[in-house]
Design a protein around this ligand. Structure first.
Ligand code: HXC
Length: 276
């Protein structure tokens, strides 16, 4: 689908790059020649992912242990990385989320999600953006949202609020930083199973509903599909796209809005009866 060297010469920082979707996206970037820095909280997880990706693709993969909830830690990490070579592309992927009834959340529970998703994303974006602007370099920021940024999401309200904030950041900075050659884009995935997200969001009781009722294409997304979309959006081939969030959800967003989905379950007999 892509030129094999599409991302050669690009140095890409991926937050939350050690596991889940961040790992899948990183792997695809490496296959296309990018040099990577994987950032996360747990050194051993990062090292193991970096070794696997480097072994499979032959490109250099660095790691940076950093909790993005700390603005000081983020700035120190980015300063250290820049001392070797500037970052060209930032992927804001680190997230935290859990299912809960909102009226029972403590303020610490709200902060646990907002600090990572909203504040961490702002810290990383500003740390890279100021260095791009001061150095007169172009740059690209891709943020991983979820459908909830566009539509809201009951029972994961802090996450929906935080991702909506990241969407607002994407649109705002696309305008403010456009003249510096900095693009900001986002992806808004529907359900893409990962151990982390499923542990937090899909307890067994939720796994019984038929997929066809909640996703028009009748299946979950595959990691490679999301990784390919991210690859296109950060590549120079997408150089005129900025301030945009691309939904990748198997049509989930349009369920409900497009009409009553109970009709999807109707049998031929029911349709025949209606027609007659
Ligand atoms: C209610 C909870 C809770 C839960 C934590 N808290 N989990 N409250 N239900 N399931 C509360 C705690 O009681 C505590 O409040 C406060 O939150 C902080 O808890 P800690 O465990 O100390 O927080 P922390 O170590 O920061 O970890 C919280 C976390 C963690 C950030 C959410 O689970 C984490 O690190 N997750 C990363 C992995 C992850 O979440 N992956 C899924 C991402 S999926 P009190 O008041 O008791 O002190 C995703 C896709 C979005 O983002 C899709 C949207 C539809």
């Amino acid at each position: 689908m892509f030129q094999p060297d599409l991302l050669r010469g690009k140095r890409i920082l991926v937050t939350g790059g050690g596991t889940g979707l961040g790992r899948a996206i990183s792997h695809r970037f490496a296959e296309l020649g990018a040099s990577l820095v994987l950032c996360g909280r747990r050194g051993e997880v990062l090292e193991s992912t970096a070794a696997a990706i480097a072994g499979e693709t032959g490109v250099p993969v660095e790691t940076a242990v950093c909790d993005v909830r700390s603005g000081e830690a983020v700035d120190a990490m980015v300063e250290r990385l820049w001392a070797t070579a500037p970052i060209d592309i930032l992927i804001n992927n680190a997230a935290g989320n859990f299912l809960a009834r909102t009226h029972l959340l403590s303020h610490r529970a709200v902060d646990a999600v907002l600090n990572t998703v909203l504040h961490g994303t702002a810290y990383c974006t500003i740390a890279c953006g100021k260095r791009w602007i001061e150095g007169g370099r172009p740059g690209t920021v891709l943020s991983v949202l979820t459908l909830s940024a566009l539509q809201g999401a009951p029972f994961t309200v802090p996450s929906a609020m935080a991702k909506a904030g990241v969407l607002a950041m994407t649109k705002s900075l696309a305008v403010e930083w456009g003249r510096h050659g900095i693009r900001l884009v986002a992806v808004a995935p529907g359900p893409f199973p990962t151990p982390g997200a499923w542990q937090q969001l899909m307890p067994e009781d939720r796994q019984t509903a038929p997929l066809a009722r909640s996703i028009p294409l009748g299946r979950y997304g595959e990691h490679a599909e999301l990784a390919n979309l991210c690859t296109f959006l950060v590549s120079d081939q997408a150089g005129y796209i900025t301030g945009e969030a691309v939904v990748i959800d198997g049509g989930k967003r349009h369920l409900g809005g497009a009409g009553p989905s109970d009709l999807l379950e109707w049998t031929d007999e029911q349709w025949g009866k209606l027609r007659s």
